[in-house]
Design a protein around this ligand. Structure first.
Ligand SMILES: *Cc1c(COP(=O)(O)O)cnc(C)c1O
Length: 673
């Protein structure tokens, strides 16, 4: 921790003097590991984005946000880079093309996008358009998604994979879609769906393409690992697979059985798990072929992971394989399983959602203020109780140590001895504070004295933190840093914008998008404006275990402080509900233009308060009317004058028209300032 004065000098010269460079920031936040090839830090100390990787122009994120603000798009803002979406799709296909070349695979790859991963129309449309050259298709997991898929997929060669629970209507819709010239594959996931498919096919005199989802014994190590494997909800156990084949044969539908599907969970961390599943599925595929089904497609599901922390390990926020490793394993294993039996190799299908959609969207939010424990030294009163005097003494001993350090007398003090002294002082401070609390409970200490004791304890903590050597910090003193950490108030509803951090502790890379030529002198975490205990962001990527505090810059009200949450394009945008009446954020799609600049492709304004209220079945005009009547009553009883009443109504009306986020800065609650 440093003095506020030092942290406020923000010229790059000062930063150089402090021995801090943009490269240090890049290393600290790991951006070159998780952001490659799209995100990095430029020489101005801002995050820059290269939406086409090394092949295209770079945009400065800070300039971009300023430009968007100039167009009346305030923070928080979800910025989607359409070129990144395209680039991801291209890389996925390139990886499979390369693997097919490497292994002389006599078949091809033809993927689909799982709609549930990001249902935004613009996203799906974009993928359909850029995926047309590969006949890229869609996967639907529900009736609603089937409708989305049907309306947006018009390539007769692209696959439309129908997963999820299927009632009669779902199945009939899929069958009729085939008449529209689409390629729907109804994937049987439950034994009771077989009869429904047979009945619907007889009724309509037409059949869909049929797939079977196998329940594999291989279990994913991923976050959803427990919902798959032998006890999984979805998929047919091997005896059911065999029974299904016979039922289809008897109904003259075996000729439509074309696809074997499996999905062992999202975010597969360990490639060994995938290999096991591929081998198992490959053998089942070969057996189905031998049983007389025409087959043709092996659908390896989703699960292709994203390296959120950049560590390239088999941990939950990472994965121990590259896109190319993945494609190689799929291709090689499919070949190995078919060739010995003389079976034609399948067209390979994957339902990769996360791997395609994560990188392209970034959530940028602003910090409205910070809060921290009070740290000043309280003025000494005439007669102070023993515990307070003890705390003052501890603080004094730290001052002595500080002056020794200042006068360079510390050489007489080994680092070890210094650490021991600091540890001792902290132990004392904690003990005296506990004494003070006990005395307060028993009525021996006044409220004012208790406040003094707490403040002195924090002053000790602050001084110790300043005296700690940069390198070695014992475990217990680490907790002290956490105690001193600041809360950064974010203009954001975390549940709404990043539900996975709330729901399943998913980690996303989070970092300031500017001031990266300055050393971040604070440690902090984020709290949102929803005032509930879920509205916190306090786990951050790290090369090892997640960390609870993030290095951040000292906040001041003269300068905005913008934070980016990256890799947020998969699942985050769709899961959030209207939590705490905070609606959706403003969202904008950015596309590079030929001059190296950008254009706005699509803008979605965040929900207004009125829309959010309507979604909850409140009627905004009725609500206004009631409040108008209440203020009339207050005017006639003399509690409100007409001027104030009209001011109140004005505020109410305009806030119904505004988005649910704050447009300007709150006053800080930082008691240091
Ligand atoms: C969720 C899901 C996917 C997408 O998984 P990702 O890990 O995002 O690629 C694919 N298929 C099925 C059946 C799913 O349920």
């Amino acid at each position: 921790m440093s003095t506020p004065a030092a942290a406020q000098t923000s010229t790059s010269d000062a930063a150089e003097l402090a021995g801090w460079s943009v490269a240090d920031s890049a290393a600290l936040y790991g951006v070159n590991r998780w952001g490659d090839p799209y995100f990095s830090v430029n020489s101005q100390g801002n995050v820059q984005v290269k939406p086409q990787g090394e092949r295209g122009a770079a945009l400065d994120m800070v300039e971009l946000v300023k430009g968007l603000q100039g167009r009346n798009l305030s923070l928080p803002l979800l910025i989607r880079f359409d070129n990144i979406l395209e680039d991801r799709l291209e890389r996925l296909h390139q990886a499979f093309e390369q693997a097919i070349g490497t292994y002389n695979y006599p078949g091809r790859y033809q993927g689909v996008f799982p709609v549930k991963c990001n249902q935004q129309r613009h996203v799906v449309e974009q993928l359909m358009e850029s995926g047309r050259r590969w006949h890229f298709g869609l996967e639907a997991g529900s009736k609603a998604e089937l409708l989305i898929a049907l309306s947006l997929l018009d390539d007769p060669e692209a696959l439309l994979i129908c997963n999820g629970y299927k009632d009669q209507r779902y199945i009939e819709t899929a069958i009729l879609a085939r008449r529209l010239g689409r390629q729907p594959v109804v994937v049987i996931e439950q034994p009771d769906e077989v009869d429904r498919i047979i009945t619907a096919s007889h009724d309509l005199g037409a059949a869909p393409l049929i797939g079977i989802r196998a329940k594999l014994s291989a279990r994913s190590t991923g976050r959803w690992g427990s919902s798959v494997g032998d006890k999984a909800k979805f998929g047919l156990a091997i005896p059911d697979v065999l029974a299904t084949v016979e039922a289809l044969r008897n109904a003259n539908l075996l000729s439509e059985l074309r696809l074997l599907h499996f999905h062992i969970g999202s975010q597969i961390n360990d490639i060994a798990v995938l290999k096991d599943a591929l081998q198992e599925a490959g053998q089942i595929y070969a057996s189905l072929s031998q049983l007389g089904a025409p087959m043709g497609y092996l659908d390896v599901g989703g699960g292709l992971g994203v390296d959120y922390d950049g560590s390239r390990t088999a941990t939950s926020a990472s994965k121990n394989y590259s896109l190319q490793n993945y494609a190689n394993d799929v291709v090689a294993t499919a070949k190995e399983c078919c060739e010995p039996w003389g079976i034609t190799v399948p067209t390979l299908v994957s339902e990769s959602g996360r791997a395609i959609a994560s990188h392209f969207s970034v959530l940028v939010f602003d910090v409205l203020g910070t809060g921290t424990v009070p740290r000043g030294v309280p003025i000494q009163a005439d007669s102070e109780s023993l515990t307070v005097r003890n705390l003052r003494e501890t603080l004094n001993s730290l001052s002595v140590l500080e002056s020794q350090v200042d006068q360079k007398l510390e050489s007489s003090l080994t680092t070890q001895r210094k650490l021991e002294k600091l540890q001792e002082a902290w132990n004392d401070a904690v003990k005296f504070k506990q004494d003070a609390l006990a005395a307060f409970r028993l009525g021996y200490l006044s409220l004012t004295e208790r406040a003094t004791a707490e403040q002195l304890t924090w002053a000790c903590a602050d001084r110790i933190a300043n005296l700690l050597p940069e390198t070695v910090i014992p475990e217990e003193l680490r907790a002290l840093r956490a105690a001193l950490a600041k809360t950064y108030y974010a203009n954001l509803s975390i549940f709404r914008s990043a539900p996975d951090t709330w729901a399943i502790d998913q980690l996303f890379p989070v970092m300031p998008i500017h001031r990266l030529n300055e050393k971040p002198e604070e440690l902090g975490s984020f709290a949102d404006l929803t005032c509930d205990s879920d509205g916190k962001l306090e786990r951050f990527i790290n090369s090892g275990q997640a960390k609870t505090l993030l290095e951040l810059h000292t906040f001041n009200h003269k300068q905005p402080y913008w934070i980016g949450m990256f890799l947020a394009g998969a699942y985050q945008e769709v899961m959030g509900n209207l939590h705490n009446l905070f609606g959706s954020t403003n969202a904008v799609n950015i596309r590079l233009n030929s001059k190296g600049g950008y254009q706005l492709d699509h803008v979605v304004k965040g929900d207004t308060n009125a829309q959010v209220l309507e979604a909850m079945e409140h009627n905004p005009s009725e609500l206004l009317e009631r409040l108008r009547m209440a203020s009339e009553a207050a005017i006639s009883s003399g509690q409100l004058n007409i001027k104030d009443a009209s001011r109140l109504m004005d505020h109410l009306e305009s806030s119904l028209r505004q988005t649910t986020y704050l447009n300007n800065c709150l006053q800080t609650t930082d008691q240091q300032n």
